[in-house]
Design a protein around this ligand. Structure first.
Ligand SMILES: NC(=O)c1ccc[n+]([C@@H]2O[C@H](COP(=O)([O-])OP(=O)(O)OC[C@H]3O[C@@H](n4cnc5c(N)ncnc54)[C@H](OP(=O)(O)O)[C@@H]3O)[C@@H](O)[C@H]2O)c1
Length: 322
């Protein structure tokens, strides 16, 4: 089968379309014929050697897939055969991938493979940021950086769904339009003005109860300065570089909380099942929209990475697997 592999870490050019052996479903696993593979910022970091740096190379890239179950391993219910599914799946930049049966989520009928490929990594992250990490509630305000990105657009929608007021930051006017279209109440362009000052002005001088920061180095100070008393900053990425170490002394004045979220933390299985089902229901009923802003063929994975790292993408980046 065809797959995108890298033999050494580096720029997007290290990604190669190669012929590799098809995986075989082991006991408890199914094999999915991949129709769409989600591209995530973390994939670009893996490729650069900044994340998961110890994995042996060559390696097939990827972290999630949407497709059809085409074979089942020993001990797996044959009723899965032919079902349209999505799953968190390492090595999904490929025509076929194997995953554990319990990882499967049935794709709702009216949802395309491209949309499905954008649901799990970014959707679960956004869901846990809003519901597990912070318990955001109606009437509170949240500042979401990179609000038109994959996680960002989903977090905007989930925050609006609980009745919060959403202030987003983005780098371009086109991204601001999309974030507003999906529910953001206010969208600020970084660099246009002092973000924390604008946030305070928009919240009657109070600041926001929650900041979701995936940008890191370049947004860290404005994130802390935007918080209301007893406010909470959740760090979950470092697209612009790692944030500085937290100076606990500096948190006393406003009694602030700083925390970190990682999707690969060992979540209680019940919680993860609940989050996945909640996301599926929101998507099936049209309350949550995944926006595949860039869809390219598997062979164009390097170009997908170039655009994602170049900050030119909005919403989800997807590789179509013909
Ligand atoms: N902790 C976890 O478990 C977890 C899970 C999933 C994702 N993440 C993190 O969440 C973030 C979003 O992931 P995603 O896949 O949805 O990507 P994305 O948001 O679609 O793309 C990254 C966005 O970050 C912003 N950005 C700001 N400074 C940047 C820089 N120097 N270089 C590149 N981008 C920059 C850009 O938006 P603007 O142009 O609007 O600034 C860019 O579009 C990433 O940092 C990722 O690592 C973490």
């Amino acid at each position: 089968m065809k797959a995108i592999r890298y033999h050494q870490v580096g720029g997007p050019e290290v990604l190669r379309l190669e012929e590799v052996p098809e995986p075989v479903a082991a006991p408890g696993e199914v094999r999915i014929r991949v129709h769409a593979a989600g591209v995530n910022f973390a994939d670009t970091e893996r490729r650069r050697g900044l994340y998961d740096a110890k994995v042996p190379l060559p390696r097939i890239l990827g972290s999630e897939a949407a497709g059809v179950v085409e074979s089942v391993g020993p001990g797996v219910d044959a009723a899965w055969l032919g079902r349209r599914v999505v799953a968190l799946a390492a090595r999904s930049y490929a025509e076929r991938v194997t995953v554990q049966e319990q990882e499967l989520l049935v794709l709702p009928e009216r949802v395309s493979f491209e949309e499905g490929a954008g649901l799990l990594v970014q959707g679960l992250t956004a869901w846990h940021l809003i519901h597990t990490m912070s318990h955001l509630s109606a009437g509170q305000s949240v500042l979401i950086h990179a609000a038109a990105g994959g996680v960002g657009l989903l977090a905007v929608q989930l925050a609006k769904a609980v009745g919060a007021r959403v202030i987003g930051t983005v780098s371009t006017e086109a991204k601001a339009r999309l974030a507003r279209e999906l529910g953001a109440d206010e969208v600020l362009l970084y660099g246009e003005s002092d973000v924390a000052e604008r946030v305070r002005a928009l919240t009657g001088g109070r600041g926001v109860e929650l900041v979701l920061d995936s940008v890191g180095a370049s947004t860290w100070k404005s994130s802390l300065d935007s918080l209301a008393v007893f406010g909470h900053l959740v760090s979950y990425g470092s697209a612009s570089g790692a944030p500085p170490p937290v100076d606990v002394e500096s948190l006393y004045e406003k009694s602030l909380k700083v925390s970190a979220y990682w999707l690969r933390t060992n979540h209680p299985p019940e919680l993860q099942r609940h989050a996945r089902e909640a996301l599926r229901a929101e998507l099936a009923e049209g309350r949550l929209r995944v926006r595949p802003g860039l869809v390219l063929d598997l062979a164009e994975a390097a170009e997908a990475h170039r655009q994602l790292e170049g900050r030119s993408t909005v919403g989800k980046v997807v590789l179509r697997v013909p």
